[in-house]
Design a protein around this ligand. Structure first.
Ligand code: MTE
Length: 318
């Protein structure tokens, strides 16, 4: 499989196409404004394919990571609102209604409001971020996400000094999400949380695409969190609400099984899950005889993030 990356584009050639594409988006939005008689609103689904191609690669992307073939990432999913079986979300997710999309941002901020995704994207610097991703179930992948720093969005709504945590809430759409009607294992909607410094960390992104294209619905379209040093369940899909809070939110998984899924959930090979070891992982798409990969503390991002936890005992850390 040939996956086009931005590696082979010289830096000098990146800026111009970007500006060109941003102009195109603005022009398109203006055209739609004229058509709809005044309101500046292009549809999310109309976002031109061209914006996904040739985006600059974030310097935070790891060097020399082998991308997981896209087919594995798009067809092996955890999306418990849809199914327990990992092969099912790619089909079932096609029923989700995700356009138009807006995100309610509130709590301890100066500028609470309902923000349309197009408006968020217009003010965001989209980049490609190649990150390792480690699921708590001990499979892993390397994904070229397209997204922007969550911290930039949070800064734009001006957090108050009282904002210490961030709570994320996912889509509640029981008519298209079968398990929201029948599965009581998790409380719906799916909820996750971060500490404010984790949310502001430059590695933490909101993804809107991957592999040079829109984010597939089964991978969390149109907007999902990606926190590469934490177990995958923190990376909540289909975000509709972001609240800045004084106190830590309780995530869906922590509520369901507090001894198995804690608030921090930083990848740590030395702390086993109560039911299995976290020492090694199976890269998605690896052959039957391929040796498992040794799991790294903070999923290999320790140099960038360990300082945030220096006062904590990593053994009681889950
Ligand atoms: N977000 C929502 N809304 N619902 C979910 O069930 N599963 C989580 C996370 N985000 C989940 C979610 C888990 S357990 C993992 S491992 C990742 O999404 C999987 O992401 P992927 O399907 O894109 O690989």
């Amino acid at each position: 499989m040939i996956i086009k990356t931005t590696n082979d584009i010289p830096g000098s050639e990146i800026t111009d196409p970007l500006i060109f594409r941003q102009r195109r988006i603005i022009l398109k939005a203006m055209a739609s404004m004229m058509l709809t008689g005044g309101s500046l609103r292009a549809s999310w689904g109309d976002t031109p394919q061209a914006i996904w191609n040739n985006l600059p690669k974030s310097p935070l992307s790891g060097d020399g990571l082998d991308l997981t073939p896209a087919g594995h990432v798009k067809n092996y999913n955890n999306y418990y609102e849809l199914a327990f079986n990992k092969e099912d979300p790619s089909g079932l997710a096609q029923n989700l209604r995700i356009d138009p999309w807006s995100v309610e941002i509130g709590g301890e901020v100066e500028k609470p409001g309902i923000y349309h995704l197009e408006d968020i994207l217009r003010q965001s610097a989209l980049q490609e971020y190649v990150y390792r991703f480690r699921c708590v179930e001990a499979w892993s992948m390397v994904v070229p996400w397209i997204g922007f720093a969550l911290g930039d969005l949070l800064q734009s709504v001006q957090p108050l000094s009282t904002a210490k945590f961030v709570k994320f809430t996912a889509l509640y759409q029981p008519d298209t999400m079968p398990k929201q009607r029948s599965n009581t294992m998790l409380e719906w909607p799916y909820v996750e949380g971060l500490r404010i410094d984790e949310a502001m960390h430059p590695l933490t992104i909101l993804a809107v695409g991957m592999y040079g294209d829109h984010l597939p619905k089964q991978n969390g379209a149109p907007l999902r969190l990606v926190v590469p040093w934490k177990y995958g369940f923190k990376s909540i899909k289909a975000i509709v609400k972001i609240e800045l809070l004084k106190r830590p939110p309780i995530s869906s998984w922590t509520k369901a099984a507090p001894n198995e899924y804690g608030f921090y959930a930083n990848v740590n090979p030395a702390v086993p899950h109560p039911r299995w070891s976290q020492n090694s992982e199976r890269p998605l798409g690896s052959g039957f005889f391929t040796p498992r990969r040794q799991t790294e503390l903070f999923n290999g991002y320790g140099e960038q993030v360990a300082y945030m936890y220096r006062d904590m005992d990593l053994r009681h850390f889950f």
